[in-house]
Design a protein around this ligand. Structure first.
Ligand code: HEM
Ligand SMILES: *[C@@H]1O[C@H](CO)[C@@H](O)[C@H](O)[C@H]1NC(C)=O
Ligand SMILES: *[C@@H]1O[C@H](CO)[C@@H](O)[C@H](O)[C@H]1NC(C)=O
Ligand SMILES: *[C@@H]1O[C@H](CO)[C@@H](O)[C@H](O)[C@H]1NC(C)=O
Ligand SMILES: *[C@@H]1O[C@H](CO)[C@@H](O)[C@H](O)[C@H]1NC(C)=O
Length: 342
């Protein structure tokens, strides 16, 4: 009887079906300082380690593409669940989780149990861009955090750095994002770094040819050969564009010059369907900024339709649920799930 009552309580309080109506100012009554608190921690992170804000901004992509923006990629593995942190595109690569922890801690102090980790990612990504010289925009909020994560879904969805523009266009289309969104959002690589691991094939064996990618500018290739020689520790990192601390359109200028770091970047210039936009953004920064903000808003709207909660700690689901809900109950709740981007 007590158990039933508790389940009833959980259903009526913390367990809510994901709402599809995200809106600006969602926390204006329940946590009016939320956006300010997030920005404050992001400023500190930028000061402490400039790259960390790029690393946090990347979370929005890796979260939203895999079953919607639900902070699933922040969940640590458990004995029953292989999370997304060790998925192919994330292992030894996603970083700066501690910045999100710090934001969450600050928010829990001010308004416990109110602001979701999924919304933190959205706010922090916007701040990362604005704080490094990029556009600013008003975010829609009100997401819930997932109750689970899927390494398999992440493996199946997230693109490889080897991907060509055709494959990327297809992937983005599955997430309701256009060719314009793809090119603009790839401009996120205006900040941050990638590992030698992500470029070795391009330097030494593009498409199994035994040769480097012919699209590489020869002097840039020489530079990369020095930074990432064949016997390098492949965790060594390299700038994604020539101004990695500034969010600007230099990334597109670099692509036009054959100086894009990732194959998935340079392919946007070598393929006809995306080349025009790359060229355009390389000379029109404000149009790039506008398209980028629009793309981030669209990507931020991806949702799974699954039930969720506001996690107290972004790394784990709220503990009491797991103990109280029998397995069959969990299955019922997840019955009509929608897979975003598949
Ligand atoms: C279009 C398909 C994309 C591909 C194939 C891709 C792939 C990659 C790869 C391979 C890296 C380097 C990882 C490493 O070597 O450890 C990287 C870094 C990064 N990506 Fe993407 N990415 C894509 C789109 C995006 C989008 C849409 C965003 C955000 C809106 C984003 C944000 C970032 C950022 C900020 C970094 C640097 C992170 C850091 O310095 O820690 N990427 N991406
Ligand atoms: C692009 O990549 C896809 C998937 O990897 C591959 O099937 C296709 O042949 C590639 N297209 C071109 C033109 O290289
Ligand atoms: C290049 O890749 C191809 C196909 O994956 C492989 O058969 C070949 O051994 C590689 N060559 C070198 C030099 O690594
Ligand atoms: C990078 O570092 C991690 C952790 O130290 C290690 O497990 C991994 O093998 C390294 N990856 C590469 C590609 O060298
Ligand atoms: C894309 O849009 C269609 C039509 O509005 C919708 O049914 C579908 O769920 C959307 N897909 C994603 C991944 O959001």
């Amino acid at each position: 009887m007590l158990l039933l009552f508790l389940i009833f309580l959980l259903h009526t309080t913390s367990l809510v079906t994901s709402s599809s109506d995200l809106r600006p100012g969602f926390y204006s009554n329940t946590c009016p300082e939320a956006e300010y608190i997030v920005q404050d921690v992001m400023k500190k992170a930028l000061f402490r380690e400039p790259r960390s804000v790029a690393s946090v901004m990347r979370f929005q992509f890796h979260d939203c593409f895999v079953n919607g923006c639900d902070a699933s990629m922040l969940l640590d593995d458990t004995p029953d669940m292989l999370g997304e942190k060790l998925a192919l595109s994330n292992i030894n690569s996603l970083r700066s989780f501690e910045v999100v922890d710090e934001i969450k801690e600050a928010l829990e102090k001010k308004c416990p149990g109110v602001v979701s980790c999924a919304d933190i990612i959205i706010m922090a990504s916007r701040d990362a861009v604005a704080l490094t010289g990029g556009p600013n925009w008003e975010v829609r909020l009100g997401r819930l955090d997932s109750l689970t994560a899927s390494q398999e879904d992440s493996d199946n969805i997230m693109p490889s750095p080897r991907a060509n523009a055709t494959a990327l266009i297809d992937l983005f289309q599955k997430c309701n994002l256009t060719v314009k969104d793809l090119v603009a959002l790839s401009g996120s690589h205006s900040i941050g770094q990638g590992r030698c691991f992500s470029v070795m094939f391009r330097l030494y064996n593009q498409s199994g040819s035994g040769k480097p990618d012919p699209a590489l500018d020869p002097s840039y290739r020489e530079q990369l050969n020095k930074l990432c020689p064949l016997d390098v520790d492949q965790n060594v990192t390299v700038n994604l564009d020539s101004t990695p601390l500034v969010f600007d359109n230099q990334y597109f200028k670099d692509l036009v010059a054959g100086r894009g770091f990732l194959n998935s970047d340079e392919t946007l210039f070598t393929f006809p369907k995306t080349r025009g936009l790359v060229r355009f953004y390389s000379t029109h920064q404000s149009q790039f900024f506008e398209a980028f903000a629009e793309g981030m808003l669209k990507m931020g709207d991806l949702q799974s339709g699954r039930p969720g909660e506001v996690r107290r700690n972004c790394r784990m689901v709220n503990a009491r649920r797991a103990h109280l809900l029998p397995d069959s109950q969990q299955e019922m709740e997840n019955k009509d799930e929608i897979h975003a981007c598949i």
